[in-house]
Design a protein around this ligand. Structure first.
Ligand SMILES: [Zn+2]
Length: 162
């Protein structure tokens, strides 16, 4: 997905993070949760430390769509955020990581794909090109993020709970 696409879908990640992480860990700074989820949604690209372009090849300190796009890295971050590794949850890490997971989800349909079993060997779903379907994906992420944001309150109003 393009940088703009990741930023637009990152708004959906921010909404979802506020609903989900704010619900799991009450008393958090929800502005920080939203901002971290938003910046996490583009993190796999900027963590590569981009250095420009050489023709059509993207130059970066970490090769594009390798280590920063490898799911075990973000699984480790998720486990750390949940407190599985440290016995103390880290909601801000979770928010950032939630955004990063959305980034991976948005990248895997593209022909370039993502690393699966090895950080430098990618697989792709070959569903659409990086610049395609940005608007419906953004709208979908906003809708899903909004549902996650309001779901706990809606259930509570209906006399139900998660
Ligand atoms: Zn990416």
């Amino acid at each position: 997905m393009t940088k703009t696409g990741h930023q637009l879908t990152g708004l959906g990640a921010a909404l979802a993070a506020v609903g989900l992480i704010g619900g799991l860990y009450p008393g958090q700074n929800l502005i920080m949760i939203a901002l971290l989820a938003f910046f996490g949604s583009s993190a796999p690209d900027w963590l590569e430390i981009p250095q420009g372009w050489q023709g059509r090849k993207r130059l970066s300190v970490i090769p594009h769509r390798t280590w920063t796009h490898w799911w075990p890295v973000w699984l480790g971050s998720t486990l750390f955020g949940l407190g599985v590794l440290t016995a103390t949850p880290h909601p801000f890490v979770l928010a950032f990581t939630l955004g990063a997971w959305l980034h991976l989800l948005m990248d895997i349909p593209n022909p370039m794909g993502l690393p699966l079993w090895h950080p430098e060997r990618r697989v792709s779903l070959y569903l659409w090109k990086s610049s395609e379907h940005v608007v419906p994906l953004a709208l979908g992420s906003w809708g899903l993020g909004f549902l996650v944001l309001i779901l706990p309150g809606a259930l509570q109003m209906a006399g139900l709970s998660l």
